[in-house]
Design a protein around this ligand. Structure first.
Ligand SMILES: O=C1C[C@@](O)(C(=O)O)C[C@@H](O)[C@@H]1O
Length: 174
């Protein structure tokens, strides 16, 4: 059933959804953080189904290798209207990936399964405080809602792209 709040004439935006290092192993990760989701394939199927409901398309990509993620961003930059990324293992040091996304000039939503502020506080002492590099240049951030973070990010990004007074149809980032 199509989303009732998007008119039938709304643009079919093309989005790219990227999962970074360790997300290909989603089914075997800590259930306290990642829940009972069985696999990356299940996550991608949930995201695809939601995209269909919103009447947008998604190009999905996951890799344990930053270079492959950079290649994906470079080759999709002129084809997609916005990115959703879970930088995962690149969150704190993924400057090359952040720059590649920045170079696209497209809106970028950062997503995480966990609330990374709480998660990081649990894994390092306060004097080594860890932060996401991606939040500095992301359009927005959704985290702490496990797989539903991706759906929240997608909904927000699609409505923002629809709103010509906000992202100017994807041409301008704010
Ligand atoms: O791999 C991940 C997954 C993560 O991005 C999340 O989705 O909660 C959080 C990161 O700190 C971690 O390195």
């Amino acid at each position: 059933m199509p989303a009732p709040f998007r008119p039938p004439t709304a643009t079919t935006w093309r989005l790219a959804v990227i999962d970074g290092p360790n997300m290909p192993n989603l089914g075997n990760r800590d259930k306290k953080l990642y829940g009972e989701i069985a696999s990356l394939a299940d996550l991608q199927s949930l995201v695809r189904d939601f995209a269909e409901t919103l009447n947008v398309t998604v190009d999905q990509f996951a890799s344990n290798h930053e270079g492959e993620i950079l290649d994906f961003i470079h080759r999709t930059a002129s084809k997609v209207d916005g990115y959703i990324i879970n930088p995962a293992g690149l969150t704190t040091y993924g400057e090359a990936t952040r720059h590649a996304l920045d170079d696209t000039k497209k809106p970028v939503m950062e997503v995480h399964f966990s609330n990374t502020a709480r998660h990081f506080a649990g894994v390092v002492p306060p004097y080594l405080e860890q932060k996401s590099r991606f939040t500095y240049s992301a359009t927005g951030l959704v985290m702490g809602l496990r797989q539903y973070s991706y759906l929240g990010a997608m909904l927000g990004l699609v409505l923002a792209l629809d709103d010509e007074t906000f992202l100017d149809g994807g041409a301008v980032r704010h």
